[in-house]
Design a binder for this molecule. Structure first.
Ligand code: ADP
Ligand code: MG
Length: 250
């Protein structure tokens, strides 16, 4: 195990010399203090994600997926190690710097949608612009159009199906044109038909050059990604060979 992680670290450092990855972890750990002692939720992770890659993060419950997503989403910082996102060393940033960085660089899509119930689809998308200190209804409408929801712009979340709500979330994630789309179980609450619609949108975004990092339990969704990063007990296992892209229902 020790040797494997040392090899990973050397691999990550070698990659840095060859290209500029959009995400790079070198020896990243996240530990939590608990009553029964220290929990090492992520242990000495070293890997890179290239610009435009679509990566699936998989692993059983408790393996460290949320811990990793929180770090990649700049919602948390490592206990030790180096985390570089889009050329910036985020492990060294203050929480104010992280807030700003997150708004610029990361678009979030969550399993639970997290839409504001009393705002329309359009206003929910514009809210993400507001945190970015500029709002533009035309851009927000264009983002909804991009996910096929132009005619639902004035609907409240309660007037939309689960699949439509998740598409609003994708529009909201894209509105500031972030380099990284971070999706946590994006189809976890959707039926098969809506899963396919969301999968198709992700496929289009990937084809358009977006970097997508997606946590998923669903093997069909994971198979859409170019590469899997598997977690087990806080340890990272990168699949070195790119998986064949399987089309969902096509
Ligand atoms: P996953 O998302 O894969 O289910 P998590 O990243 O949530 O895994 O958790 C990984 C491990 O870290 C688990 O053992 C979990 O109990 C522990 N853990 C997560 N968050 C905390 C916390 N805030 N305090 C203490 N332990 C935590
Ligand atoms: Mg989790």
């Amino acid at each position: 195990m020790k040797m494997a992680s040392e090899a990973q670290r050397q691999h990550a450092e070698a990659m840095l010399e060859h290209e500029t990855p959009v995400i790079q972890l070198v020896g990243v750990s996240r530990e939590y203090a608990s009553k029964s002692g220290t929990v090492r939720a992520l242990a000495d992770a070293s890997f890179t994600i290239g610009s435009g890659e679509w990566v699936a993060i998989t692993g059983p419950s408790g393996s460290g997926k949320s811990t990793l997503v929180n770090l990649l989403g700049c919602l948390d910082t490592p206990t030790s190690g180096k985390l570089t996102i889009d050329g910036e060393e985020v492990h060294a940033m203050s929480s104010t710097e992280l807030d700003r960085f997150r708004a610029d660089k990361i678009g979030f899509v969550f399993q639970q949608f997290h839409l504001i119930p009393y705002l329309s689809a359009l206003e929910n998308v514009m809210l993400a612009q507001y945190f970015h200190s500029m709002t533009n209804a035309t851009d927000a409408r264009a983002a909804l159009d991009r996910v096929g929801l132009a005619d639902r712009a004035d609907h409240l979340p309660s007037e939309l199906s689960g699949g439509e709500q998740q598409r609003v979330c994708i529009a909201r994630a894209l509105i500031n044109d972030p380099p990284i789309l971070l999706a946590d179980e994006p189809t976890g609450n959707l039926d098969a038909a809506n899963q396919k619609i969301v999968a198709d949108i992700l496929r289009e975004l990937h084809a358009a050059g977006h970097t997508i990092v997606m946590v998923t339990h669903d093997p069909e969704m994971a198979a859409l990604a170019q590469r899997k990063i598997a977690l087990s007990h806080g340890k990272v296992f990168c699949h070195p060979v790119k998986t064949v892209v399987v089309n969902l229902g096509r």
